[in-house]
Design a protein around this ligand. Structure first.
Ligand code: BG6
Ligand code: MG
Length: 221
């Protein structure tokens, strides 16, 4: 059976993916750039600065100084922090806390693998910090998703072989990172974006511990 579950945060544990989207949309409007949910899929799992670069690339006529970029990224984070100011345990997505309890009860370790600098703060607000044996956030990695480093760092720190790990993600970049790490990937969302995942469920309520382990065991062969 698996020895470690590594969860993405935004869009898997809680619906902060929507708040990131709304904050970027507001920032983009200030820059005179518009984008839709389809484009937003490629921002999921991507660092703050890289996300800004992708938005700026939508309008090649825009040219910002490094200083202005820093300011814009800061602005976006302020919008985001306002949006999440009042979140609490009610914002944990359906089925997640129960799943964390079952994993923990089975003696399997749990880590967080997030690209967000706000990750620890969000976990605290949700009251879920105690389920996690280790937290990998933006400060702990040099290469973000789709590089596997976020996931391999969690496994290395806890001394667990990659093939004994299961990663759970809502972003295409995250599924790619898990696959590159040689771990079993669980995608949460639409197969339009997550077709590369080893196992896909359409939403968190469909994450069933026993079924995930069954799928993992047949993947591992
Ligand atoms: C990821 C989100 O978890 O974190 C991205 O999926 C976000 O949308 C990234 O850009 C960085 O987050 P933050 O909080 O450091 O700006
Ligand atoms: Mg995510």
């Amino acid at each position: 059976s698996p020895k470690l579950f590594i969860f993405d945060l935004d869009g898997v544990i809680t619906d902060t993916a929507e708040f990131h989207y709304l904050a970027w949309k507001k920032l983009a409007e200030e820059l005179g750039v518009t984008f839709d949910r389809q484009f937003n899929e490629q921002l999921k799992g991507i660092s703050r600065m890289e996300s800004l670069e992708r938005i700026l690339a939508l309008n090649p006529a825009l040219s910002l100084t490094e200083e202005d970029k820093e300011q814009r990224a800061h602005d976006k984070n302020e919008y985001y922090k306002n949006l999440i100011a009042s979140i609490d345990g009610e914002h944990t997505l359906p089925g997640i806390e129960n799943l964390l309890k079952e994993i923990q009860g089975s003696g399997i370790k749990i880590a967080l693998g997030s690209a967000s600098k706000n990750a620890s703060m969000v976990l605290e607000k949700l009251g879920l910090t105690n389920y996690f044996n280790y937290i990998v956030d933006a400060a702990k990695v040099s290469k973000g998703k789709p590089d596997p480093e976020t996931f391999t760092t969690a496994a290395d720190t806890l001394g667990i072989a990659y093939s004994d790990c299961i990663g759970v993600e809502d972003a295409a970049a995250g599924v790619e990172a898990i696959n590159k790490a040689g771990m079993f990937s669980v995608g949460v969302g639409s197969s339009d974006h997550l077709a590369a995942a080893d196992y896909i469920v359409e939403d968190t309520a469909k994450l069933n511990f026993e079924e995930i382990v069954r799928q993992y065991v047949s993947w591992k062969g």
